[in-house]
Design a protein around this ligand. Structure first.
Ligand code: 13P
Length: 256
């Protein structure tokens, strides 16, 4: 493990109404002690409708969790019915924004160009993007996993400043491992996270690349987090299904 602070984020996707969000955060806090949270940063990436409630709770009860959003639009304000701006998120103390999750790329036709605008909009409003990259099963079987991931990464990070890369979080999420129960092996996860770091190094130098944090995501569970976290380039995880249950998520935060 490196000296980078680990970051294990909950991605609730389209789950939990605001009252369920409160119950979750209170229970998770109850299940953890201070030592557990000294070594890992824990963003909860909740639906937009939960963010104000979670912000109020985190603030009032001084809960040691960060707030994350699952998406953002890149304009500050305007006639964009249904969209949420980076300014609106920052006003709710959102620190992290998931950009380019594979579900958004696949189901909502987000392109690298759109994802890049979201990365830039997050940074310019003082939030940290969690840039998601990953290949499909067909791409992996065709031997194209690395070129897909490096392509997505390059498209959305080549133009960043060194300071931004230092703050950046990249989530490697192989699409075939998301919600399928099929996890990449710890070696596969490390290998691609290492490839991501080497590419960041080529683009921005060793110092910035050494500070960026890289997560693995895809069927992370209490039973496999320990092996996944052993990879020297794996700094954390982006957890979907297993982040919905506070007991499972607490075990993921502590079992490594
Ligand atoms: P699962 O953990 O449910 O496989 O989801 C992974 C994911 O997409 C996190 O962003």
């Amino acid at each position: 493990m490196s000296d980078r602070l680990a970051i294990i984020a909950a991605n609730w996707k389209m789950h939990k109404i605001h009252t369920e969000a409160i119950q979750f955060a209170q229970k998770l806090h109850y299940l953890l002690d201070e030592g557990d949270l000294a070594r890992v940063e824990v963003p909860i990436c909740a639906p937009y409708t939960d963010l104000r409630t979670l912000q109020t709770l985190i603030d009032a009860d001084r809960l040691p969790f960060k707030l994350g959003a699952q998406n953002v639009y890149w304009e500050e304000e305007g006639a964009y019915t249904g969209e949420v701006s980076p300014r609106m998120l920052r006003a709710l103390d959102v620190d992290y924004v998931i950009c380019g999750h594979s579900e958004r790329r696949e189901l909502f036709a987000e392109t690298d160009e759109m994802v890049t605008k979201k990365v830039d909009a997050s940074f310019s409003h003082g939030m940290t993007p969690i840039l998601c990259v990953g290949e499909t099963l067909e791409e992996r079987e065709a031997g194209e996993a690395e070129s897909k991931v490096v392509g997505q990464l390059t498209a959305s990070t080549a133009h960043l400043s060194t300071a931004q890369v230092t703050e950046l979080v990249v989530a490697y999420e192989p699409i075939w491992a998301i919600g399928t129960g099929q996890t990449a092996t710890p070696d596969d996860a490390q290998e691609m996270c290492g490839t991501i770091r080497r590419r960041l190094e080529e683009l921005h130098g060793a110092e910035a690349a050494g500070k960026a944090r890289i997560q693995y995501g895809g069927s992370v569970k209490p039973g496999n987090i320990e092996m996944i976290m052993k990879g020297p380039d794996v700094d954390g995880a982006l957890v979907g299904g297993a982040s919905l249950d506070p007991e499972d998520f607490a075990r993921i935060l502590t079992a490594w």
